[in-house]
Design a protein around this ligand. Structure first.
Ligand code: BGC
Length: 732
């Protein structure tokens, strides 16, 4: 309509006696689902008093509230409903690996996924989505609408006691899988976090340590994993970490929260604190929006002090408005407000199948001597030894602990945090699953007597030793098996060279017995159907396809910091949580984390990142590399074995125009029948070809010749090539 026509219509309306009000639109309302989440949040906020806005900004910690709140499940977080605005109560649960349920007694059931590291070993974003979707569904059925999940801390040190919750040492792999898992969770109209932002890379001293690292180094490593995860997963909330970064607490760090997250990445959701991680009201100015589990903080900062600061003019009301807006817009964006929770319908048995699928794809075959694996069903007597394999599979401890019905607990080591009531074994016993498949006798020895175990192994065709390593939040681990298990394996292998070791560990462990054993499987913490998944791989019902998401060093002396800072003097109640004397952890390796460190230093690990065998074999060929404005390759992979199998070809940068520099650029996961050949196309994520330019405040890619390789792992260049790539830059 032209301006003239428009004027004409108004005049005609006035002549007809219609007032201007006849043209007024009905007032916009937050109930209008066609409006954007931000607009709806804005409209709702306009009606809310300061007190009601502030109620969204500080939450309770039901597990430690005294008296416990009525009708509120024992969990990590709770915000009362505000019915006059249609805002439901927020019930938060930890959910990295399933809906965590320590604290809700022995009647609560939930399906545990395998560990995050296991999920990363699948290299499969579709499985990560399915795992997340399963967790989100259970959470809704159990009455939770905000999940403390999406752990995306880089496995910078293999001794970090929480690595099992995270997704390995590579920012691209971890970021892509974390994003997929977050999307899966949020497909249930609930919010997921990404956590713990950032550089919470060891548990020792986490409440006080300062991670010291340069800007480019963190942008290209720890922050890159978050950037990829947050952009792909769009979590409703981001949880900031306990530690300091370059001297300032992560939860009151303006550079991290306001500069990088909200400004550079344009993150629209809210930042919540980790539990007990708020130290001052300045955190609000720095970019923290919500104080979680206020009972865990020294003082409730985001209630009365926040209101007082607004009243005294020390904090603009607009700041509180923005903090509350961020909470509400995510609740609208994910459908938390439009799709109220309806509890019930939980089917943990069906959910366990999702977990079983992850476990099967996650198990990494590290070694097999010819003909040993897969086990023939008629392999004679099988001796199964150790690892409580008659009971179940081990799981990791801490806030992520999932305890399905039927779990069995063993005492945790002296000095360990008591979360979860000890070491929890998920009720999927490998012995039972092996017996179901073996034709001959299966005998079990618990391994407490190495001589008896060796004697049992001597009389068997095959010995399978289950070896475990427990890890937990709030405590770091050594890179070795617990207790006397190395000696047990040595004794069994000396008695029978047909010994297969099944590792259930939180991360890499040294294997002093590797040369003496016939086979090794890394099964991680394999979750609800772990025993079944292990047996399927042992007997060849599933062809192993997991790949290491972390480098396995030969020992701690290969690490950038052979001594874990603060470890020797740490106690659980001491520097781990307390605001103790500041511990500095210098990340001088910069972004050379994991395999990049090994490549930069020319070190040979025990097993490289990306490594994993299959009962098939694969051949790579016919590489074509193309440059220009980006970098892409295509090549063929052929299954040269006699079984159907899955191969995970990986594309790595070997050197940029000016220096050698290894980085994972892309990967694919392909199922091939025997004899089948497939052409695979991969293109590099542009951020991984670039470096972070501090001066230019953007990703910058130099023009020149980029050397690359394609192969089955970070240390095996099956095909090498190069491409000339143009200069480019990318905003953060
Ligand atoms: C952990 C978080 C967790 C929170 C609530 C903290 O100890 O670091 O990952 O979400 O507790 O349980």
């Amino acid at each position: 309509m032209t301006r003239m026509h428009w004027m004409g219509s108004v005049c005609a309306a006035m002549i007809l006696g219609l007032g201007a009000t006849a043209f007024a639109q009905p007032a916009a309302t937050w109930r209008d689902t066609k409006l954007s989440p931000d607009r709806r949040a804005e409209l709702l906020l306009q009606r809310m008093s300061l007190d009601d806005q502030v109620a969204l900004l500080h939450g309770h910690f039901p597990i430690i509230m005294r008296p416990p709140p009525q009708g509120v499940p024992a969990s990590a977080g709770y915000f009362p409903a505000q019915p006059k605005y249609g805002i439901p109560a927020i019930h938060e649960s930890d959910a990295s690996l399933g809906v965590a349920n320590a604290g809700r007694g022995d009647k609560d059931d939930a399906a545990p996924l395998p560990s995050g590291l296991a999920l990363a070993a699948t290299f499969d974003p579709a499985l990560a989505f399915q795992g997340g979707a399963m967790i989100g569904r259970e959470a809704r059925q159990k009455g939770f609408n905000v999940l403390l999940a999406g752990g995306a801390n880089l496995a910078r040190d293999p001794r970090n006691g929480r690595n099992f919750e995270y997704l390995g040492e590579d920012p691209l792999l971890g970021g892509v899988l974390d994003g997929a898992s977050i999307r899966g969770i949020q497909s249930n109209h609930i919010v997921s976090t990404a956590k713990h932002y950032a550089l919470n890379d060891q548990e020792t001293g986490r409440g006080s340590l300062s991670a010291v690292i340069g800007e480019a180094a963190m942008r290209e490593s720890d922050l890159l994993e978050f950037e990829i995860a947050i952009k792909a997963g769009q979590p409703g909330a981001v949880m900031c970490a306990y530690n300091r970064v370059n001297g300032t607490y992560a939860c009151e760090n303006p550079a991290l929260l306001t500069g990088v997250l909200k400004h550079d990445w344009g993150y629209p959701g809210w930042v919540m604190s980790d539990w007990g991680a708020v130290h001052s009201l300045e955190a609000a100015t720095a970019g923290l929006d919500q104080e979680s589990g206020q009972e865990a903080d020294r003082e409730v900062f985001f209630d009365a002090p926040l209101k007082a600061a607004v009243k005294d003019g020390k904090l603009p009301a607009a700041k509180v408005h923005d903090m509350a807006l961020r909470v509400l817009r995510s609740l609208f964006a994910e459908g938390v407000i439009d799709h109220p929770l309806q509890s019930g319908g939980l089917d943990t048995r069906a959910d366990s199948d999702v977990s079983g699928r992850v476990a099967e794809q996650a198990i990494v075959l590290l070694k097999t001597s010819p003909g040993l694996l897969p086990l023939a069903a008629g392999a004679g007597k099988i001796a199964v030894i150790g690892g409580h394999a008659d009971v179940g599979v081990i799981s990791g401890g801490g806030s992520s602990q999932v305890i399905p019905l039927g779990s069995v607990r063993f005492p945790s080591p002296k000095g360990a945090p008591a979360w979860g009531g000890g070491i929890v074994y998920h009720p999927s016993a490998p012995v039972k699953a092996i017996r179901a498949r073996a034709k001959g006798e299966v005998a079990y020895a618990d391994g407490s007597d190495p001589a008896a175990a060796a004697a049992l192994a001597k009389g068997a065709g095959v010995a399978i030793v289950f070896a475990t390593q427990w890890s937990t939040e709030a405590m770091d681990i050594r890179m070795k098996l617990d207790d006397e298990q190395d000696a047990l394996i040595q004794a069994v292998a000396a008695a029978n060279p047909h010994t297969v070791v099944v590792l259930e560990t939180g991360g890499p462990v040294a294997m002093p017995w590797l040369g003496a054993v016939g086979g090794v499987l890394e099964a991680w913490y394999p979750g609800a159907q772990g025993g079944e998944a292990i047996a399927k791989v042992l007997f060849g019902e599933a062809n192993p396809s997991g790949r290491l998401p972390v480098t396995f060093p030969t020992g701690e002396d290969q690490l950038p910091r052979p001594e874990l800072p603060g470890y020797a003097s740490a106690t659980v109640e001491g520097p781990t949580m307390a605001e103790g004397p500041p511990l500095q952890v210098r990340y001088d390796e910069g972004s050379d984390v994991g395999y990049r460190w090994f490549a930069a230093k020319g070190l040979k690990p025990l097993f490289p990142f990306g490594y994993g065998l299959s009962y098939s074999s694969f051949r790579y060929g016919a590489l074509k590399a193309a440059g220009g404005d980006d970098l892409s390759v295509s090549f063929t992979v052929t299954n040269t074995g006699t079984r159907a199998g899955i191969e995970t070809p990986q594309l790595y940068l070997a050197a940029g125009p000016h220096r050698a520099q290894q980085r994972l650029l892309a990967w694919s996961r392909i199922a091939l029948k025997p004899g089948e050949t497939r052409r695979v196309a991969l293109s590099a994520d542009p951020r991984l070809l670039a470096d972070w330019s501090e001066a230019g405040h953007r990703w910058k890619r130099d023009a020149g010749r980029y050397r690359l390789f394609v192969g089955p792992n970070a240390a095996e260049p099956a095909l090498t090539g190069e491409a000339v790539v143009a200069a480019g830059s990318l905003a953060p």
